[in-house]
Write a protein that binds this ligand. Structure first.
Ligand code: NAD
Ligand code: MG
Length: 299
């Protein structure tokens, strides 16, 4: 989509088109391959500058959307990448793996459902074995299903949202710790929803507030070991999450238009935040939440 790289000075209002997505529906988890309009994950534009040379990264939800953009950027910055995603997302994952390999880096495909505690733990071991170590973790997988009222928010949805967004992050982070040495980094994906919860996203938004809080607490605990933990809080970003019941259907054409920039963000616009927080250049940045949200005010 973008013809210029992320280091070229352009007007952020018009860097990407102001999209008006048609109403559409995909079953959960949704595919980038079927999204209308398609998204920009940086395939044709992200320019690496050697900031993650030789790093070994595990990224969850790396098949599509923000995770895919982060995986592509990490590879172009010099990292090998282990990718977790759901088995139904193999098509999206293989596309991202191709882009990583074209950058001359290794892409390790590790599909698995993070609702399963054993899968979370095994994922870390498989990533470590195949990468030959681990020094960068990005907890990015997330589940978002809009429900109009608390009366309709079923126990099963509440539990599954917390399993994927919170319990998996705890399990993966805990399993990764014994492999992480000084200089390693963890970046968690929270949301503007942590501060401004939508009425339709009570379960999801509360997990995002918890992710933010977890990140700030664990950052202090791990700081003396030289392991830095931070978070990124995206605003409205056009990804498959939104069309697999993440938003009420009638909201899709207006998606992202209420931001000061007046448009939805593209996944590749998130990548530099994750690169910065993973790169050694952010050595004095810990427990921070970097907001990438088109200008929506945050606390
Ligand atoms: P996405 O659908 O492309 O990515 C979410 C990924 O989560 C999926 O690709 C899937 O692989 C993974 N996932 C979901 N359930 C899983 C499970 N049970 N097991 C394993 N993996 C599972 O959408 P995205 O918008 O790029 O989402 C990435 C992160 O960004 C999420 O944490 C989301 O909450 C967060 N976020 C997105 C937005 C936005 O507007 N798109 C805004 C704020 C935060
Ligand atoms: Mg996906």
């Amino acid at each position: 989509m973008a013809s210029t790289d992320q280091l070229t000075v352009v007007d952020p209002v018009t860097r990407f088109p102001d999209i008006t997505p048609p109403q559409q529906d995909q079953s959960e988890p949704g595919l980038d391959a079927d999204l209308i309009p398609g998204t920009d994950r940086g395939e044709d534009s992200y320019r690496g500058t050697g900031r993650l040379e030789g790093r070994k990264a595990l990224i969850t939800g790396a098949d599509s959307g923000i995770g895919a953009a982060v995986a592509i950027a990490f590879a172009r910055e010099g990292a090998d990448v282990a990718m977790n995603y759901l088995p139904q997302e193999q098509e999206d994952a293989e596309h991202v793996a191709d882009v990583i390999e074209q950058a001359g880096r290794r892409a390790i495909l590790l599909p698995g459902d993070l609702v399963d505690a054993d899968v979370c733990r095994q994922l870390v071991e498989d990533a470590v074995a195949q990468l030959g170590g681990l020094d960068a973790l990005v907890n990015n997988a997330g589940r978002q299903i809009a429900v109009e009222s608390l009366e309709d928010l079923e126990e099963e949805q509440w539990m599954t949202t917390y399993e994927v967004n919170i319990h998996a992050m705890y399990r993966i982070t805990k399993a990764a710790l014994k492999h992480l040495s000084a200089g390693s980094t963890i970046v968690n994906t929270t949301s503007v929803q942590a501060y401004e919860p939508s009425t339709t996203l009570i379960d999801y938004a509360s997990t995002k507030a918890a992710i933010n809080n977890f990140s700030k607490g664990i950052a202090q605990q791990l700081a003396p070991k030289g392991i830095r933990v931070n978070a990124v809080a995206p605003g409205p970003i056009w990804t498959p999450l939104q069309v697999s019941d993440g938003q009420p259907k009638e909201a899709l054409p207006h998606f992202g238009k209420n931001t000061p920039l007046g448009r939805a963000g593209q996944p590749t616009e998130l990548a530099p935040a994750y690169v910065f927080l993973t790169s050694p250049e952010s050595s004095y940045v810990l427990g921070e939440t970097l907001h990438v949200n088109g200008g929506m005010p945050t606390p």
